[in-house]
Design a protein around this ligand. Structure first.
Ligand SMILES: *[C@@H]1O[C@H](CO)[C@@H](O)[C@H](O)[C@H]1NC(C)=O
Ligand SMILES: *[C@@H]1O[C@H](CO)[C@@H](O)[C@H](O)[C@H]1NC(C)=O
Length: 481
């Protein structure tokens, strides 16, 4: 029993004496685990000391359980060093370093003491980091991806992968490995987008560092000719969001003619064209808002801005939806609603829903009709059919948008049917009423004037004049006689 213990101690001492250094790779920012195994585990709590060659004590745990952290390893009361009780119980006196940094790299020593037991281990911590410069390159820019390992292992083999596929250097993108770093250099293209990983192998230990490369540009909308749907009268944001981190300058919004693509139409409506970056804080958001869309706003728009010496552009299409109503002239009781889109190419199905509210304002939505037809005929103009009629339009991949029409009580009489959409019936009806009213008023005024100041009327005046002239002539002749 005691013989085997002594043998064990000697064996442990020999391992320490051989000063074999365990290699540990850790990616910058991750948690590094430095191993210090002692099997079988010490039956009681041992004294543990972790120290670093250059800076001294890192962490110490007394037999009593009291812990001590070396300077530089605690900040504002939080330690970057921790140990796991479950590991300690198993005889693994591992040192966990959270959010590892390049400065943490180096040789660490672990010392475990428990009576006759003494274990000493050495660990080399190598910190890996993949850096990409510039962080958000624009297509065509030069780029440098470097794989740094601190300290760089002398006998290292380096492999690179892009999206888990081994990277093959090409003419426009080269791989350079020196005895201090491994770098990838070249011109940025969309093909280089994705997760870059560099794998360093040293003495049967492998370390890796990964970083995503995103080629800068307009990320939203991500493709040209994106379609934006909006209902007449609503507000809409035309998106133009660049990659976060980019600072595009000289932004420009243009409405393109239906015919020519390059010419910018003069028809932009400045009052409602509010750059949305006005409200958002991000310099990379160049979206714009239309506050109250009219049907004529439909069409193609282009957003552009300068980034890294290039003008990046994105085109999109604004599609405006409206509902036209048509009251049947024969039977005044029926109305036909038409869901009209400035470009219905993408629409596969229309759904008409009737929205009503109870006294508490609770909304009730009832689907009435759902098919390829964009028209809905409401045959009975009864009270239960008043309220909001919404046309939801769907594309292959789901709902595209909706537009709502208000069917009012006045629709019942057939005089007018107000709604959000242009309603000629209302206009004509109201104009006619106004005209009649004006005529009546004019007539009343005329009558009043005639009664009051009859002599003002030139025709009557002439008659009166003639009469008085005749009378004068008669009087004169009477005088002469
Ligand atoms: C309105 O709300 C009140 C209280 O929440 C409830 O008692 C009542 O039944 C509701 N009325 C309707 C028409 O839903
Ligand atoms: C119409 O669209 C708006 C905005 O997407 C949504 O809030 C609303 O619920 C929709 N209305 C109906 C009846 O589907």
């Amino acid at each position: 029993m005691s013989k085997s213990l002594i043998f064990g101690v000697i064996a442990f001492l020999m391992t320490g004496a051989r000063s074999e250094v365990t290699e540990v790779f850790a990616e910058s920012g991750s948690e590094a685990v430095l191993p210090c195994e002692c099997k079988p585990p010490s039956p009681s709590a041992p004294f543990i000391l972790w120290s670093k060659a250059s800076t001294g004590t890192v962490w110490r745990k007394q037999r009593s359980g009291l812990q001590y952290w070396g300077s530089g390893w605690t900040k504002h009361g939080t330690q970057r060093i921790r140990s796991l009780q479950s590991e300690l119980e198993r005889g693994e006196y591992n040192l966990h370093i959270t959010k590892v940094r390049e400065e943490d790299a180096g040789v660490y020593t672990c010392r475990v003491e428990d009576g006759k037991l003494l274990v000493q281990r050495m660990v080399m911590l190598r910190v890996m980091k993949l850096s990409i410069s510039p962080s958000v390159p624009v297509s065509g820019n030069s780029i440098l991806i470097s794989c740094n390992v601190t300290p760089w292992p002398e006998t290292a083999a380096v492999r690179w992968t892009l999206n888990s596929i081994p990277f093959v250097p090409q003419t426009e993108i080269k791989l350079i490995t020196s005895n201090r770093a491994s770098v990838i250099k070249g011109k940025v293209t969309e093909k280089l987008m994705g997760n870059w990983t560099c794998v360093v192998r040293n003495k049967d230990q492998e370390g890796r560092a990964t970083a995503p490369l995103s080629v800068g540009g307009i990320v939203h909308p991500s493709t040209d000719d994106t379609r934006v749907y909006v209902a007449v009268g609503s507000a809409v944001t035309l998106p133009c969001v660049f990659s976060p981190g980019l600072i595009p300058s000289d932004p420009l919004w243009e409405k393109l003619d239906a015919g020519s693509v390059s010419k910018s139409a003069p028809g932009l409506r400045p009052p409602s064209f509010v750059p949305s970056s006005f409200f958002s804080q991000h310099p990379w958001d160049k979206s714009t808002n239309l506050t109250e869309v009219v049907f004529e706003d439909e069409g193609r728009y282009r957003c552009s801005a300068m980034v890294g010496g290039q003008r990046l552009t994105r085109k999109m299409q604004l599609i405006v939806a409206k509902i036209d109503s048509n009251i049947s002239s024969k039977k005044r009781s029926s109305v036909t609603l038409t869901c009209h889109l400035s470009d219905p190419r993408e629409v596969t199905e229309y759904e008409w829903v009737h929205v009503t509210y109870d006294l508490n304002g609770t909304q009730f939505v009832r689907s009435i009709q759902k098919d390829k037809e964009k028209e809905l005929t409401i045959s009975k103009m009864s009270e239960e059919n008043f309220g909001e009629w919404t046309c939801r339009f769907y594309g292959k991949f789901g709902i595209l948008g909706n537009v709502t029409y208000q069917l009012h009580l006045s629709g019942l009489t057939g005089k007018s049917s107000a709604g959000l959409s242009h309603n000629t019936a209302t206009v004509i009806g109201l104009s006619f009423l106004l005209l009649v009213l004006l005529l009546i008023l004019a007539q009343m005024y005329k009558n009043h004037q005639r009664r009051k100041r009859i002599f003002q009327y030139p025709a009557l005046e002439t008659i009166v004049h003639t009469i008085s002239n005749e009378r004068e002539a008669r009087e004169r002749s009477r005088v002469k006689k």
